[in-house]
Ligand binder design. Structure first.
Ligand code: ATP
Length: 496
């Protein structure tokens, strides 16, 4: 990561803590890696984000909501493929016991070292192992990538690299000190009931999607929905990530916002295209900078085992582009597998076509925590003013933790009483903030840092004509608004 980008992330993490957005979990005990707490402003931001998603996804006639439990029958995870496939290759440094996800270790090497690894891999192939011809045909950069992949797949290649001391531990600097790669399952295990034996093992769900699949028939029958229709859910998911990093980007506990759209086979490609556009537009409608968000298709040879087509919504974080949402055409894979493992029919009877079939699924799978981080980074701005630098979070009003702050200019002449009354009135409809201490300039800056879009000031003119000033966070311009028109004014700004 470039230094100034690193600084930007550090500044955002520090602002997030200082202003009460995000705290490290269990901070007074030196923190728990990969876990974060949402403070008073953070929890509002997260709720607003989830509400915006919930409204966009379920306030329509063809999507139903669901809240499934986190613990599920262990067979669910066998059917879904998670017990077998939800693994990352992991290596340990024997010297200092640091643990790495292999691809992360490899990515951390500079060009020179990666070239050496590619050369060593070429040598290994030339000695009669693997497919040397295919390797030669690749571009240089691609070759390095292949060598990286090979480390994960083939223990002997890895040992050769180890022997040549090409692998360096970032923590202790040891070379050639790694264990061979092992598969590490990312699901957290626990036990139901008092006996901790194999028959009592359950997992904390690593995604919310399976709760939707196993309830497909329940929802279809109780709502009498006809295909195509979807089921949406927001909830916590847990992954025992080997390396957590980049603040909220990769954590061990996080929240997902997922929707599975069940469709007639044959209409899946069309629905997939529609959902990719709808989901991309959602980020733009919430004010995300169009130059920093993009769709990236998964090439066919990199598709997950269940997917026919897949695209990521990516955001340009200070450390580079990163996925914030995946849209997948999952075919009838999931319902088919649950039908097979549970022995219960997942078929749908299509009256129009007089046919019975297992529906196809188009999935939109977003991270609430990860997109919160994207919106936070996107909103962060430092503006050079005449005498100072103004730090401001330019959230869309719908996302902003406080919609307005009420600031009496001074604490006397009845301005504070009017301010308090206004605060209590507006509080019935909006999350608002009241602040009567310090200079008004300083109070504006504090609200800029909290991302509050409007500051309402009660001044001496208010005493005469019942108007207040409303200062816009972004333009810093002020206009006078009658106090009794304020609610309508804010409602209009928050409307779709
Ligand atoms: P990655 O490749 O980054 O691990 P993924 O492809 O495994 O992500 P999905 O399984 O498609 O991710 O999960 C859907 C969404 O859930 C992601 O787009 C992301 O927003 C969120 N997500 C997944 N893993 C994490 C995590 N460890 N921390 C925070 N959010 C996550």
């Amino acid at each position: 990561m470039a230094k100034n980008q690193q600084n930007t992330l550090e500044k955002i993490v520090s602002l997030a803590k200082r202003r009460g957005f995000i705290f490290q979990s269990s901070e007074i005990y030196s923190g728990l890696n990969g876990c974060w707490d949402y403070g008073p402003l953070g929890v509002e931001l997260l709720r607003n984000l989830k509400d915006a998603w919930w409204k966009a996804m379920t306030y329509r006639e063809d999507i139903e909501g669901l809240d499934a439990s986190i613990l599920m029958h262990p067979r669910v995870w066998e059917a879904s493929g998670h017990v077998e496939n939800f693994t990352d290759p992991m290596v340990d440094c024997k010297q200092c016991r640091s643990r790495y996800r292999l691809d992360v270790l490899y990515e951390g090497f500079n060009e020179k070292r990666r070239k050496k690894i590619a050369d060593a891999y070429a040598e290994y192939l030339a000695a009669g192992n693997g497919d040397a011809e295919a390797f030669k045909a690749q571009e240089r950069e691609k070759q390095m990538e292949i060598a990286g992949d090979a480390l994960a797949d083939q223990a002997p290649v890895f040992e050769a690299m180890n022997e040549k001391q090409l692998l360096v531990c970032a923590s202790c600097g040891g070379t050639g000190t790694f264990t061979v790669p092992r598969k590490f399952n990312l699901m957290f295990k626990t036990f139901v009931g008092p006996v901790e034996d194999n028959s009592a093992v359950v997992f904390l769900r690593p995604e919310t999607a399976q709760g939707i699949f196993v309830n497909f028939q329940n929802v279809a029958q109780s709502t009498r929905q006809k295909l195509p229709f979807g089921i949406a859910q927001i909830g916590k998911a847990f992954r025992n990530e080997i390396n957590t990093k980049n603040f909220l980007f990769r954590t061990r506990e996080f929240e997902q916002m997922e929707m599975q759209f069940f469709v007639r086979p044959g209409s899946d490609e069309d629905w997939y295209r529609q959902w990719r556009d709808i989901r991309m537009q959602w980020y733009l409608d919430l004010g995300m900078n169009p130059e920093k968000v993009r769709l990236t298709d998964h090439p066919e040879d990199k598709l997950a085992h269940y997917a026919k087509e897949a695209v990521d919504v990516e955001y340009l974080f200070p450390f580079g582009w990163g996925e914030i949402e995946g849209i997948h055409n999952r075919t009838d894979y999931d319902l088919g597998r649950h039908q097979e493992y549970s022995g219960k029919s997942m078929e749908y009877f299509d009256q129009e076509q007089d046919a019975r079939y297992v529906p196809y699924v188009v999935e939109t799978s977003a991270g609430a925590s990860r997109s919160l981080m994207a919106f936070l980074v996107d909103a962060y701005d430092e503006e050079e003013l005449e005498k100072e630098t103004r730090t401001v979070l330019r959230f869309h009003p719908k996302l902003a933790p406080f919609k307005a702050a009420i600031l009496p200019l001074v604490n006397r002449d009845g301005m504070d009483d009017i301010g308090l009354k206004l605060y209590r009135d507006l509080q019935k409809s909006f999350k608002v903030f009241y602040d009567d201490s310090g200079s008004v300039g300083r109070r504006y800056r504090r609200q800029d840092e909290a991302g509050t879009p409007y500051c309402i000031t009660v001044d001496s003119q208010t005493l005469e004509d019942q108007t207040v000033t409303v200062r816009d966070r972004d333009s810093m311009e002020q206009e006078r608004v009658a106090m009794d028109a304020l609610k309508g004014y804010l409602l209009e700004k928050l409307a779709d």
